[in-house]
Design a protein around this ligand. Structure first.
Ligand code: LIP
Length: 269
C-alpha cells in the first residue's frame, strides 16, 4: 500500500516550488494571456503552463511510474496505482488581474479517490493539506516539520444563515442556468461569496470562513485536492445524486447537509 505521507511530502515539495516560481515570475499589473480554451473567458497564461511543467517534472522525478493529469494537458498514463491530478494555477483570472486568490492544487488519486490533497495560496503563501483518514490542516510555517493547525469546518448554523461560496462556469449557457438557480437561492441564505478559485473555496469551508459551497462545471483538477481537505475537515460533499462531479459539487456540515442539498436541488442547480 502506498505510503500516504510520502505522497503528501512529494505534493508539498512540488507545490511550494511551483508557487514560489509563479510568485517570483509574475510581472507587475495584468498578466498576458497566452490562449483561450473552452470559451473566450477560459484563459491560460504561459505561467500556468510552466507551473504545470515544473510540478510534473518534480513529481515524476520522485515517482516515475505514477500517472499525471493536469489542467494544461500532456497527461501521463499511470504504471502504478497513483495518478496525480493538478491545477497549476487555480483562479487564473484572479492571477491575470492581480486579485490575491489563486492557488496551486495537487492531489494524489488511487482508484478514483483523492488520498492526499495539497493547496497553497500563491499570493499569501498559506498552505493546506489533508490525508484521507488522517485529517486536514494548515501548516503554520514553510519548513518540513512546521506546526499544523487542524481544520474542523464551520460552526453549526441554520440553513437560512449560511454564507455560501460559489462560482460560475466559463460556458455562457451554464452561467445562465447558474444565475437563475442563484436568484432563487440567495433570498433563502445569508449571502454568497465568489472568490474565483474552487480549491480556495473548498479550503475556505474547511477553515470555517464560509458555511457551505455549491458550484457546477468543476473539472477534476479544480476539485481533487480541495475535496479531500474539506472532507477531512468534517464536511459532507455531494453531487446532484451521487459523488461530487462536473455536474454539481455541494458541501456542508453533516447536521444540515441533507436540508442544504435539498434546497440546492429545489433552486434548480
Ligand atoms: C476556476 C475555478 C473556479 C471557477 C472558475 C474557474 P481556473 O478554475 O477554480 O471555481 O468558478 O470559473 O473555472 O480555470 O481558474 O483554473
Amino acid at each position: 500500500m502506498t505510503e500516504l505521507l510520502e505522497l503528501l511530502t512529494v505534493a508539498r515539495t512540488a507545490g511550494q516550488q511551483a508557487a514560489t516560481w509563479v510568485k517570483d515570475n509574475r510581472p507587475p499589473g495584468r498578466v498576458g494571456i497566452a490562449a483561450t480554451k473552452s470559451s473566450p473567458t477560459d484563459i491560460v497564461t504561459e505561467l500556468d503552463r510552466r507551473s504545470e511543467e515544473l510540478i510534473r517534472e518534480i513529481i515524476l522525478s520522485a515517482r516515475p511510474l505514477d500517472g499525471f493529469v493536469g489542467e494544461e494537458g500532456q497527461d501521463v498514463a499511470a504504471s502504478s496505482e497513483v495518478t496525480w491530478v493538478v491545477d497549476p494555477i487555480d483562479g487564473t483570472a484572479n492571477f491575470v488581474y492581480g486579485i490575491p486568490a489563486y492557488a496551486v492544487s495537487i492531489a494524489a488519486v488511487i482508484d478514483g479517490v483523492s488520498v492526499i490533497g495539497y493547496v497553497v495560496n500563491i499570493a499569501s503563501g498559506e498552505e493546506f493539506g489533508a490525508i484521507r483518514g488522517g485529517g486536514a490542516w494548515q501548516w503554520l510555517g514553510s519548513e518540513t516539520n512546521a506546526a499544523r493547525e487542524k481544520l474542523t469546518g464551520p460552526p453549526a448554523t441554520s440553513v437560512d444563515q449560511l454564507l455560501v461560496a460559489t462560482g460560475f462556469n466559463y460556458d455562457a449557457n451554464v452561467r445562465r442556468h447558474q444565475v437563475t438557480a442563484l436568484a432563487l437561492l440567495l433570498p433563502q441564505i445569508r449571502d454568497i461569496r465568489r472568490v474565483g478559485a474552487a480549491a480556495l473555496d473548498l479550503v475556505a469551508i474547511a477553515r470555517g470562513q464560509v458555511d457551505a459551497y455549491v458550484e457546477q462545471g468543476l473539472k477534476p483538477w479544480d476539485l481533487a485536492a480541495g475535496q479531500v481537505i474539506a472532507t477531512e475537515a468534517g464536511l459532507v460533499l455531494s453531487g446532484y445524486d451521487g459523488p461530487p462531479d462536473e455536474r454539481l459539487v455541494m458541501a456542508a456540515r453533516p447536521d444540515i447537509a441533507e436540508e442544504y442539498f435539498a434546497l440546492i436541488r429545489a433552486c434548480g442547480f
